[in-house]
Write a protein that binds this ligand. Structure first.
Ligand code: HEC
Length: 134
């Protein structure tokens, strides 16, 4: 391929493929969110789920993560670390350590390790949260 056809290829094929992949990741993250997170953080992400009142500490509004961190870009990797929890928290606290939970529940297939499965689920959750920032 010459330079121009490469450029046209990138424009016509790669960009839509990237946004399709992004949409699919966000959709998977939303599904995961509704199952595992909405109970506390609320279906809207605003921290008003039915379980939130039962906790002793405030359940954060997840649509304002970017705002709380001073605006600018969504803090992707920091949010990933907070959800995973394996590096930042020992057991305990109100928010479950999802990295451990997902890893324990993963049934390894096709050579994937349970850790890979867990990280994939967390990545799609972060992509979803990034998409609902206000
Ligand atoms: C049992 C209630 C509960 C569930 C279920 C829950 N969370 Fe949380 N979450 C909390 C609480 C409470 C905090 C406040 C800090 C803490 O306890 O670590 C928190 C904090 C967070 C934070 C950090 C927010 C910030 O700006 O500091 C993120 C991100 C988060 N949760 C995402 C999730 C995701 C994603 C899920 C689902 C996979 C989830 N939470 C499920 C209760 C919950």
């Amino acid at each position: 391929m010459n330079v121009i056809s490469r450029f046209v290829f990138a424009l016509l094929v790669a960009a839509p493929v990237q946004s399709l992949a992004q949409d699919a990741t966000i959709a998977a993250g939303k599904q995961e969110y509704m199952m595992g997170c909405a109970g506390c953080h609320g279906e809207s992400g605003k921290g008003d789920g039915p379980l939130a009142d039962m906790l002793e500490i405030h359940t954060p509004d997840l649509t304002r993560i970017t705002e709380r961190t001073g605006g600018g870009d969504f803090p992707f990797y920091n949010t990933l670390k907070l959800i995973d929890g394996r590096d930042v928290r020992a057991h305990g606290g109100s928010m479950p350590v999802w990295g451990d939970r997902f890893q324990i529940s993963a049934t390894s297939q096709r050579g994937e390790t349970a850790d890979m499965v867990a990280r994939g689920r967390i990545l799609s959750l972060v992509a979803y949260l990034g998409s609902i920032q206000q």
